[in-house]
Design a protein around this ligand. Structure first.
Ligand code: BG6
Length: 483
């Protein structure tokens, strides 16, 4: 073997979105209400609101038939703009478009025996539009949402019953989209389940911290099993398709060379890698037995679960990468903000306006570590800079800060490819501006394409190319050489 000199010829360049952040059309064509659509905008942009729900707030959201307080009900109206949006993606040269499906468009209440044809029809059209331009859809089956009815009846993933509802849904998908979708992911950021509602669909705000963690790890176990079943279904129904797992990677460094700090960082890292250890290697890692024992967490497993996990190993590993943190054995480090799993502030790094620490070299480190640990193809399915964009006097959006961020990350990704890492592709987050997952803001923008809408939902929804649009087009055309 020789050292690669750049990205492989068939490298999958593209962008990513999620149904609950782009689609809108929240109450049309038979769609049911989703868990994402009962979450309100954050009052402090450095504090996520995505898990802030109670039984009362959910009931109030059900009673409210408007989208005023619930930005994820409106998204950016991709539901009615998808042709225009995919055309713009094609113009940038996308090879792949990562999107998710709204489970409640297909099974409005989650527990029906038959799917909603109108929901499936919408995705038929979206996939056809992608293929028209030679864009491969990369589909996340559940990205931070589920039919709200499953929260009301099962408390989401807290109940084992939800596995059957999910696998009925995935069977429909694999049969319908055999030969149409080549790349699947089961759960977005599977580790989000230990953070609460957005991952588990379970309301646990009235529980003690211990009982919350007990519930979340049990819910996660159900998701692991459901994911493994989906992998098996996918392989049986469409052997040509590939199905992966998706982790919010939270690389951490030791605060100092003090071995106590290094060990604390190692444990922190294990607690992040645990999820992919299960999904890629097919079994719970030993270090979690100790963690569960020391934290009084007892998992209920059924006979056959372990075998399912072993049989449902994923084909590839995808992940989001936005930041890194540092870990100390004591409480002596200042905390940084981040997508929920917080960590220490690193004096060598700059942060975004939301406090997310920017670390391109960390992406190379993460890619090498993943490759060493798992030896399965990797896919960076989210990366990007959330920033407020302004329309300049010349009517354009000069987002050179975004170009800088992406350029530096792509450079490091290329280094990792030269290191020998098997990397399938790269989809930047929010290739078109979307509603933020963590804070439900519109003003936190990631896109190459600007959408005229403010935090309150006012605006024409007109799409505009930012400077980064032309830049990314050039990056893709040169296969990552012209940065
Ligand atoms: C990831 C999620 O955590 O980060 C996306 O998978 C999300 O859904 C992205 O949008 C960026 O987070 P935020 O809070 O800035 O939208």
């Amino acid at each position: 073997k020789t050292m690669p000199t750049g990205f492989p010829k068939n490298f999958l360049w593209g962008g990513a979105t999620a149904a609950n952040q782009v689609e809108g059309g929240w109450n049309v064509d038979g769609k049911g209400l989703t868990t994402a659509e009962v979450v309100q905008k954050a009052t402090d942009r450095k504090v996520m609101s995505m898990n802030e729900v109670t039984k009362e707030s959910v009931q109030a959201a059900i009673d409210d038939q408007t989208d005023k307080l619930y930005p994820k009900r409106r998204g950016v109206d991709f539901y009615h703009h998808y042709k225009e949006d995919i055309k713009l993606f094609a113009e940038m040269g996308f090879k792949v478009y990562r999107l998710s499906l709204a489970w409640a468009r297909i099974f409005p209440k989650g527990d029906e025996t038959e799917p909603n044809e109108a929901g499936l029809k919408f995705y038929d059209n979206v996939f056809a539009e992608c293929h028209k331009y030679g864009i491969e859809p990369l589909v996340t089956i559940s990205h931070y949402e589920m039919p709200l009815n499953l929260t009301l009846t099962n408390n989401g993933w807290a109940s084992r019953k939800t596995i059957a509802d999910f696998t009925r849904y995935t069977e429909v998908l694999f049969k319908r989209y055999k030969g149409v979708v080549k790349y699947w992911l089961t759960f977005n950021e599977i580790n989000a389940s230990t953070w609460g509602f957005t991952g588990t669909g379970a309301i646990d705000s009235d529980l003690s911290l211990h009982d919350q963690m007990q519930l979340r790890y049990q819910a996660l176990h159900h998701e692991f099993v459901a994911s493994a079943i989906a992998v098996k279904q996918c392989h049986e129904i469409d052997p040509e398709a590939q199905i992966g797992s998706m982790l919010a990677r939270m690389q951490t460094y030791a605060n100092t060379p003090n071995p106590a700090d290094v060990r604390a960082a190692q444990l922190q890292d294990q607690l992040n890698l645990f999820f992919t250890d299960v999904q890629v290697r097919g079994e719970y890692p030993e270090y979690m037995n100790r963690y569960f024992a020391e934290n009084g967490i007892e998992l209920t497993m059924e006979a056959g679960d372990e075998q399912l996990l072993a049989e449902g190993k994923v084909d590839y590993l995808s992940f989001s990468y936005y930041m890194t943190t540092i870990t100390s054995a004591t409480d002596d480090v200042e905390q940084a903000s981040g997508n929920l799993s917080m960590g220490g502030k690193n004096p060598y790094l700059k942060s975004s306006a939301w406090g997310w620490q920017i670390d391109p070299v960390g992406l190379r480190i993460t890619l090498n570590e993943f490759w060493d640990r798992y030896r399965v193809p990797l896919f960076v399915v989210e990366n990007g800079l959330g920033a407020e964009d302004e329309i300049s006097a010349d009517g354009k959006i000069h987002d050179d800060y975004r170009i800088d961020y992406l350029r530096q990350h792509i450079e490091q990704m290329k280094e990792a490819v030269k290191d020998g890492v098997d990397l399938m592709g790269y989809t930047t987050w929010g290739c078109i501006d979307v509603i933020s997952a963590g804070t439900s803001e519109m003003s936190k923008r990631y896109g190459f394409i600007y959408v005229d809408q403010d935090d309150e939902g006012n605006g024409s929804l007109k799409r505009m190319k930012k400077d980064s649009f032309d830049w990314y087009q050039k990056v893709i055309a040169s296969n990552g050489e012209d940065l």
